[in-house]
Design a protein around this ligand. Sequence first.
Ligand code: FAD
Length: 333
Amino acid sequence: MFNDYRGVWVYIEQNDGVIEGVALELLGAGRKLADKLEVPLSGVLLGDNVKSLCSTVFEFGADKVYLIDNPVLKDYRTESYMTGVNMLCEKYKPEIFLYGATPNGKDLASAVATDLSTGLTADTTMLDVEVETRLLEASRPAFGGNIMATILCKKHRPQMATVRPKVMKALSPERGRIGTIIEETIGLREEDMRTKVLKIVKDVGKKVNLAEAHIIVAGGKGLGDEKGFQLIHELADVLGGTVGASRDVVEAGWISHDYQVGQTGETVTPKLYFAIGISGAIQHVVGMKNSEMIIAINKDENAPIFDVATYGIVGDAFDIVPKLIEQFRNSRK
Ligand code: FAD
């Protein structure tokens, strides 16, 4: 029966006609899986007036796009999107289906998994396939992050996973690359919908954009207290970078959760990541290990953060960081 299920699918989340970056990243990851399994890679695109987005989906690696264009799909709603995606799954039977772990992606994936009675691995950090059995190997931290668990979905199809933004890498777009659009209609009418979107209120509060930052200066409990943590702000300021923090710092109330890096915070991939007074617990490391360059400062030479650091400085942050601030300040003059 599983032989009926073929192909790798990626949910192409779009909001206001703009494709979420994570969807393009998943096309990169999906391409590798599809090539290994020798099947097509497809994007699944739902929305109102979104056909023009198909070209981007092809340029980032898809061979096909399953498209449902309907005014009812203008704004995301669980009911309408799930109906569309489930119809496509039942008709075209993908063996693997990946979603971005955004608020809407997580909502949709869990609703689809429940309705199709299949499995879903949430917040996956690594994806692979075992070609012989065609099983998706979805790995994620488990048991408080102390181990990596590889989760298989042996008895149900499609095999589904959500992946957080910035964990996978998008392919470089191949301009002009084309593919096949499979357009489907669903008989959804606004009057049949149980939920209505009355108004979308955008959060206009001050947003920390850790995920897009090029330089992050992150501090941990090793800074001692909120006053000590000011050094992190100063270094970030002089480098034109963004402040980041470990969970213990957030829990101590030195800074808000918006700045937390790691499993239960943001996943980041800056060009330069300073980890100062951070021990390097796995839950922190999963959120920053893909940074291009990592500089760790820690007074314990055995701190696990040095295992992922490009450069490690063993010493007291209160000696080293003020010197760095001074040097960088002078070099800017
Ligand atoms: P510590 O582990 O206390 O480390 C402090 C470090 O500072 C030590 O290595 C010490 O040698 C060094 N130090 C001390 N004084 C100095 C000094 N003067 N100069 C230089 N170095 C010094 N953590 C996260 O960060 N992000 C997450 O998203 C996250 N999610 C979690 C989810 C779960 C389910 C669980 C169970 C835990 C999670 N954690 C997370 C917590 C994580 O396990 C660690 O407890 C946390 O990362 C430790 O923070 P820290 O490195 O700041 O503090």
